[in-house]
Design a protein around this ligand. Structure first.
Ligand code: EPZ
Length: 420
């Protein structure tokens, strides 16, 4: 298993280009299932999770062409609406094929994703919504088995805000008979990016980005070309890495538009952040203080502080001046990076979904273990500022969501090496 060796103590300086958003690309790849015509996507990040999704679609009969960050999908030959356990267990987002398959084929057999390190991750809201739209759904032998003659529009209400639940139900609704209203919908920018792609394909959707999304079902969708939005979590991660090292960086190919909560907290911590905007271009520039001030955070659905940035902020708070409180309200077990940060010398006390972080003057390199994608990012940030060498094990988590991270960090002045 690959490891990452980081030599701490280097300020990050210079420029890095951000990639397309993993959590926009994954549902949008599944949207290709909704039409017999080709869907061409640009700015698709080159990540393991994307590769896994393309393999899953290909074994269903979707023709996949990929040239770097351009992907063309043709689902005219779709003949196997099955997502097998062997593939779904490696990537929970596979559940996003469920809605499109039921809408397009009238049937689907999708393995339950199962839990992961950060929580049980149930999909009951996905099932509840599809059932309300007229699908007959059974959960048997670890699979969601769905069938319907044709989905019908319905008024849906999710018990909690669910990102992929909203995306699955929106994709199911675009071909349903009549109007669907999704209340308590997720407002994440990736939901909006998916809606924009579906509208380009001929769907009739209004309200994406708000908590009420209306979809008028249509007979069929046509092909389209769509550019994936920038990855706001990758962007926030590099901003935190620069902030932790007292650095000064410029991130291109991205936007601060979807990161208000994160940018506000970084400014509270003492960073100077500004955006450069032109008709064809946007960049974010961050200049960090010598030492950050501790900032408390509470994760919640967009536009509040994103749970996917919680581990990164625990890392920068570990070294900041003062005490911070971190509340994780989305997932029940998303503090596993805390014990690993403690191995580097961080002073963190966990009490249920609350972490109290006492900033220390110095962290010391050690061997630590990544447990999930964003925890890995938090450990990298800590390794960049710890004295001496830090080795991060199980970095396959990292490769799922950060494109060419060693290259980008090295270009910014870090000393990072992959050990096989
Ligand atoms: C999406 O996961 C993201 N993944 C996650 O990013 C992100 O952390 C999460 O949203 C929250 O923002 C993708 O978009 C592919 P949820 P998702 O459904 O949709 C509970 C990363 O690092 N819930 O919004 O699976 C659930 O257990 C990943 O890129 C139910 O109980 O998250 C959680 O507590 C990690 N029943 C809460 O709701 C359901 O049917 C929010 O989950 C659905 C969700």
């Amino acid at each position: 298993m690959d490891k990452l060796l980081i030599e701490g103590g280097h300020r990050l300086q210079g420029e890095a280009e951000m990639s397309g958003a993993k959590n926009a690309a994954l549902p949008i790849l599944c949207a290709a299932l909704l039409t017999r015509e080709p869907l061409t996507l640009t700015n698709v990040p080159q990540l393991n999770d994307i590769g896994t999704m393309l393999k899953l679609l290909a074994q269903m009969g979707v023709a996949v062409q990929r040239d770097g960050s351009v992907v063309t999908l043709d689902a005219s030959g779709l003949d196997n609406p099955l997502a097998p356990y062997e593939m779904v267990k490696t990537m929970r987002a596979s559940i996003l094929v469920l809605g499109p398959l039921v809408a397009r084929c009238g049937e689907a057999k999708v393995s339950l994703p199962g839990g992961c390190a950060i929580g049980a991750r149930p999909v009951d809201q996905h099932i509840k919504g599809l059932t309300a739209m007229g699908a007959d759904i059974a959960v048997e032998h670890g699979y969601v088995v769905a069938r319907t003659s044709r989905l019908r529009g319905a008024r849906l209400f999710t018990d909690m805000v669910t990102v992929t639940g909203t995306e699955n139900l929106m994709m199911a609704a675009v071909l349903a008979d009549g109007e669907t209203v999704i209340e308590n919908a997720a407002r994440e920018p990736e939901v909006v990016d998916l809606a924009n792609c579906l509208v380009a394909m001929g769907a009739r959707i209004s309200g994406a980005g708000s908590d009420v999304i209306r979809i008028q079902g249509v007979e069929r969708l046509h092909g389209a070309t769509h550019r994936i939005m920038p990855d706001r979590i990758e962007t926030g991660t590099y901003l935190c890495a620069a902030a932790a090292t007292g650095g000064e960086i410029r991130l291109t190919g991205t936007s601060a538009a979807y990161l208000d909560a994160v940018v506000d907290k970084l400014m509270d911590a003492g960073c100077d952040i500004r955006t450069e905007k032109s008709p064809s271009f946007e960049a974010i520039v961050l200049r960090a203080p010598q030492r950050l001030k501790a900032v408390s955070i509470r994760t919640a659905p967009y536009p509040a502080f994103p749970t996917d940035m919680q581990a990164q902020f625990m890392a920068i708070n570990a070294l900041a001046e003062g005490t911070s409180i971190i509340r994780e309200t989305i997932f029940e077990n998303r503090f596993m990076h805390a014990v690993e940060l403690a191995r580097l010398g961080a002073d963190i006390r966990i009490d249920g979904n609350t972490a109290v972080v006492q900033g220390v003057a110095q962290l010391d390199g050690a061997t630590v273990m990544a447990t999930d994608l964003r925890a890995s990012a938090g450990l990298i940030i800590a390794g960049l500022v710890a004295r001496g060498e830090t080795v991060i094990e199980r970095i396959y988590h990292l490769d799922r969501g950060y494109e060419r991270i060693e290259q980008k960090l090295t270009a910014l002045g870090a000393t990072v090496r992959r050990l096989s």
